[in-house]
Design a protein around this ligand. Structure first.
Ligand SMILES: NC(=O)c1ccc[n+]([C@@H]2O[C@H](COP(=O)([O-])OP(=O)(O)OC[C@H]3O[C@@H](n4cnc5c(N)ncnc54)[C@H](O)[C@@H]3O)[C@@H](O)[C@H]2O)c1
Ligand SMILES: [Zn+2]
Ligand SMILES: [Zn+2]
Length: 379
């Protein structure tokens, strides 16, 4: 089969590799019809993780089941399924509580496994023609009959729509709340959509990229252009100097200042500054325990200079981490089917698998107009 293989920093290649296959009786094999490139792939692409060369990327996957292992009960050949990027077992102490992003079974010695991901187990990614799906009865979300027609919407259930929603859940967004979101990448935009769905009275999205900010506006948010570095002040102006009720971090450890220079504590301290006293902060942007390539001395060890005093004084709350996709994907799927959410509106490019190298390059450069890429193996 053809697959997108990580060769090393800034180097991905579409290669012929051995076909993915059923390895355990609880697996299914999926023929991938849509697979996205994610901001998380870019941390790997840039060589800023411990991703091993030779591995297949891709954790935002959907497709058709073409084979089912002997112990698979619910999922049938022919089902159109969307796969949560996190792989859960369904029976460990964390999966039982709905915390499938922290499954204790699938990546022994750690908590949480995923397809094609640094540090999240040996699982191959789905930027490929075929994908092996472990614990298929638990992991597969079987899609409604309009799966093909709304493919670009449903594929977002694999990660960014639930992740954006998770950011608002961690931040505690309630009807009538004002919400500030740092980052207008795909995740920040999905957080903006989710905040609207939860009934926020005002959603402010901060970024420097005008194309992404324009999409935030299309989603009904107030776009805050941080090109001059005054974004945080603008949020305070819009909230009578108090800050927003809730805030979401949708950028992560490679966050930059207005000059494009990495300043790893910038978004977290801006959140402390621009969320009101007692407000909630949800952090879904990735922060890593080690980042040897960071320029910043603290960041090399996964640390930031955090405004702890201000945070404590304001009595704020922070919640963090990977989205437990399965906790949300079924309900978000219903919203798509009912026409009440259209996450595909951020898709800028649909490309063939063979075009992955140029797609990675342009998305990594955050080139104007490259907001979300769907790869279509077999097309
Ligand atoms: N927690 C999870 O489960 C989960 C899931 C998916 C993605 N992620 C992470 O979420 C983050 C965002 O993903 P994405 O796909 O949207 O990535 P992306 O890189 O495309 O978007 C990030 C955006 O943040 C902007 N940005 C950079 N510095 C900023 C700053 N100081 N203030 C405001 N905006 C700033 C960039 O201009 C860019 O538009 C990444 O770290 C990704 O790994 C986490
Ligand atoms: Zn992703
Ligand atoms: Zn589990």
């Amino acid at each position: 089969m053809k697959a997108v293989v990580y060769n090393g920093p800034f180097d991905v290649q579409v290669k012929d590799v051995p076909d993915a296959k059923i390895e355990r009786p609880t697996d299914v094999l999926v023929k991938i019809t849509a697979t996205n490139i994610c901001g998380s792939d870019l941390h790997m692409y840039e060589g800023r993780t411990n991703m091993e060369a030779g591995r297949i990327l891709g954790h935002e996957n959907m497709g058709e089941v073409i084979e089912a292992g002997k112990a698979v009960d619910r999922i049938k050949v022919g089902d159109m399924v969307c796969l949560p990027f996190n792989i859960g077992c369904g029976f460990c102490a964390n999966c039982e509580r709905g915390l499938t992003g922290y499954c204790l079974t699938v990546n022994p010695g750690s908590a949480g496994g995923a397809y094609g991901f640094a540090g999240m187990g040996p699982y191959s990614g789905g930027q490929a023609e075929l994908l092996r799906v472990p614990y298929a009865d638990f992991n597969c979300l079987v899609l409604p009959p309009d799966a093909q027609e709304k493919e670009n919407d449903y594929v977002m259930l694999s990660d960014i729509f639930p992740t954006g929603y998770h950011a608002t859940e961690l931040a505690g967004v309630k009807p009538g709340d004002t919400v500030v979101i740092y980052g207008a990448g795909p995740v920040g935009l999905m957080a903006a959509l989710s905040a609207q769905l939860r009934g926020a009275s005002q959603v402010m999205v901060v970024d420097t990229h005008k194309d992404r900010l324009a999409l935030a506006e299309q989603l009904g948010a107030t776009a805050i252009d941080d090109t001059e570095g005054h974004g945080a002040e603008r949020v305070l102006e819009l909230t009578n100097g108090q800050g927003a009720d809730c805030g979401c971090e949708c950028v992560g450890y490679q966050c930059c200042n207005m000059h494009g220079k990495e300043v790893p504590n910038l978004t977290m301290n801006n959140l402390v500054k621009t969320v009101k006293a007692t407000g909630g902060i949800g952090v879904v942007g990735v922060f890593l325990p080690e980042d040897p390539s960071a320029k910043d001395a603290l960041a090399k060890h996964g640390q930031i200079a955090f405004d702890m005093g201000k945070f404590w004084f304001k009595g704020q709350r922070i919640a963090t981490g990977q989205a437990n996709v399965k906790a949300y994907n079924r309900k978000l799927c219903n919203l798509i089917q009912a026409g009440k959410a259209k996450p595909s509106q951020i898709v800028s490019h649909e490309m063939r698998l063979e075009q992955a190298p140029e797609a990675y390059k342009s998305f990594d450069a955050r080139s104007a107009g490259w907001t979300k890429i769907v790869l279509r193996p077999g097309k």
